[in-house]
Design a protein around this ligand. Structure first.
Ligand SMILES: NC(=O)c1ccc[n+]([C@@H]2O[C@H](COP(=O)([O-])OP(=O)(O)OC[C@H]3O[C@@H](n4cnc5c(N)ncnc54)[C@H](O)[C@@H]3O)[C@@H](O)[C@H]2O)c1
Length: 575
């Protein structure tokens, strides 16, 4: 049985037995190491964990920090969240969730029980036993790791740290960050030694936004400590409220493991993305190829093509790994090639869209194009690094009249600062368009209705599998393929790549003739002129940080295209 699977009493007993048999000079040592120098000396770490008197602070209450804070609070710990975004703090205090998957009722229950509180002031760290850092780690304009948020969080908390406290970094970052930018600055500022006066761990967050299968609690938690005592404390802490903790020998191993997981995905997505145009040219249906390959019960893991890679992980984490290797003189060529290949996909989508329009007598200049889905992934509201943003930008630059519809994203900020609002998905919208491009395969879209009314659909996610209509072209498929394989026939795999699931062989549907033609003509005139209904900047509101947003929720308004891409004007692809 592993040490971690013992309950606190069993662990205590085991420790006593070990101590009884230890040479005299070692007796009492481990016990001392495990007992932080608390301001409350009567309480040992184990007692604090066991009776839930331990208090935690989470710094950064975003997609990662808020779910972690809620999980801790639900297990009985008193948790205080710190965020520099006063708007988020205000919402949280009012019991309003801004993260999908966290319900308002859950927040309200925790707030009422005083298990969850929030603020903007780092002074709250003075009352904490454990501090968990979940701040962003984007790329700089020069495409290099930007750990300034980590440094700012460490700088903010350090003056308030108490002797014996445990600091855990969860932000994804390059190997060496925890030692260089958490442990050493605290040691230098406070004159302390990690493992004696305070404790330091790195534990990557592996949350899969939108997943109904894996959340904070049931995703195994990797953890590395700066010293064995740090690891022991961190392992006991996470082990007290998560299903499985995976201790590793160092913080750098934990940091590298997280980067490798996402690099593995980036490289495999790139492989299939590279094959996609080749299959189109060879007249081979890539979806059928992948479906066939996925029947191999061993040694194969399915990944699927898409319009690019997105989110805060796949487009960014491999760059952190390659940067860290480069500074030691190593070159990771797969990462660079995968990155370039994946970033090429929005351009491929737009080129293919232009060719499809041209075949039907339209120039892309002036063509009416609807992007169905702006979020980077199915059924979530996250626009960060979304490939749809690049598709949008490239289409606009080519002179197309582009609008979007997304049930999860009501509004986004364009490069010029204006806000563009989502159109309701409706027969009128589909009919208005010369071309609908499916960029995100949200469950809420009625794909058959879309197929019945749009004159032409370019589906970059194979979301229309099973739909009737010869007006559908799928990325990676030669034109006019039978749309027989139903989306529902795809098996879920834990290795979703471009937001799609694995598939099996059943469910062929015979295609019927396209009956939409006459309807389409009739309805095209009904949809009113669709020049962009932007929120003029003069009508914008401001949040408490002075960031402007439209009449919609600030959570979406914050998703500034320029900011989220780290740089503008680039073909910054994703999946
Ligand atoms: N989102 C994901 O799917 C995901 C998954 C795994 C790991 N990660 C990693 O987790 C980390 C956080 O990502 P996220 O998606 O939660 O980001 P996020 O932008 O959603 O949230 C980060 C929060 O930190 C706050 N913040 C920034 N600087 C701060 C400071 N100095 N003090 C206090 N608060 C501060 C921001 O206001 C924001 O609310 C990143 O390193 C990311 O790579 C993200």
């Amino acid at each position: 049985m592993s040490e971690n699977s013992l309950n606190p009493e069993e662990k205590g007993q085991e420790e006593k037995e070990k101590q009884a048999h230890a040479p005299a000079e070692y007796r009492g040592r481990k016990e001392q190491r495990l007992k932080p120098l608390y301001p409350k000396p009567q309480q040992t770490t184990l007692q604090c964990i066991h009776d839930r008197s331990l208090k935690a602070v989470v710094i950064g209450l975003g997609y990662v920090g808020l779910p972690m804070a809620v999980e801790m609070a639900q297990s009985g710990y008193r948790v205080h969240g710190i965020d520099i975004d006063a708007g988020k703090v205000a919402k949280l205090r009012a019991g309003h969730s801004y993260i999908i998957g966290i319900e308002d009722e859950v927040l309200q229950t925790l707030l009422e029980a005083n298990l969850l509180t929030a603020g903007t002031d780092y002074a709250a760290v003075a009352d904490a036993d454990v501090i968990v850092i979940c701040v962003p780690t984007p790329l700089t304009n020069a495409h290099q790791p930007d750990i300034s948020y980590i440094s700012s969080a460490v700088g903010g908390m350090t003056p308030y740290l108490q002797l014996g406290s445990l600091v855990i970094l969860e932000s994804t970052t390059y190997p060496g960050t925890t030692e260089e930018h958490v442990k050493q600055p605290v040691e230098a500022a406070r004159g302390w030694t990690a493992g004696e006066h305070f404790y330091v761990c790195y534990s990557p967050e592996r949350v899969d936004p939108g997943s109904v299968h894996y959340g904070v609690k049931n995703t195994p938690k990797i953890i590395g400590g700066s010293t064995p005592a740090c690891l022991s404390y961190g392992t006991q802490f996470y082990g007290s409220f998560l299903n499985e903790v995976v201790p590793v020998s160092s913080t750098t191993v934990a940091e590298t493991a997280k980067l490798f997981e996402n690099t593995f995905r980036s490289v495999n997505i790139a492989l299939v993305n590279e094959l996609t145009p080749a299959c189109e040219q060879m007249g081979v249906d890539i979806w059928e190829v992948l479906q066939a390959a996925a029947t191999k019960p061993f040694g194969y893991m399915p990944f699927y093509p898409g319009p690019g890679i997105g989110g805060h992980c796949i487009p960014i984490d491999p760059i952190y790994l390659s940067w860290a290797a480069n500074r030691q003189g190593s070159e990771l060529r797969f990462i660079e090639l995968a990155d370039a290949t994946n970033r090429q996909m929005p351009q491929h989508v737009v080129q293919r869209a232009a060719a499809l329009l041209e075949q039907r007598g339209h120039s892309i200049r002036g063509a009416r194009v609807v992007l169905a889905g702006m979020a980077y992934k199915k059924d979530i509201d996250d626009l960060r690094e979304s490939p749809a943003l690049d598709v949008f930008r490239l289409l606009s630059a080519a002179g197309a009249d582009v609008v979007f519809t997304d049930p999860m994203v009501p509004v986004f900020r364009q490069d010029d600062g204006s806000m563009l609002q989502s159109r309701p998905a409706s027969p009128e919208l589909w009919t208005w368009a010369d071309l609908v491009i499916i960029t995100t395969d949200h469950t809420a879209f009625d794909y058959q209705e879309m197929a019945d009314h749009a004159p032409l659909i370019f589906d970059t996610r194979n979301a229309t599998a099973g739909c009737r209509g010869d007006n559908i072209v799928v990325l990676g498929q030669p034109e006019r393929q039978d749309r027989g394989t139903k989306k529902e026939d795809f098996q879920n795999t834990e290795h979703e790549a471009a937001g799609l699931e694995g598939h099996n062989n059943s469910g062929q549907v015979t295609r019927e003739g396209d009956s939409a033609g006459s309807d389409v003509k009739g309805q095209r005139e009904k949809y009113p002129d669709t020049k962009h209904e932007c929120v003029p900047s003069g009508e914008s509101s401001e949040n408490e940080n002075g960031e402007s947003y439209g009449s919609q929720d600030a959570a979406w308004a914050d998703q500034d295209v320029k900011k989220m891409h780290g740089k503008t004007g680039d073909n910054y692809g994703e999946s």
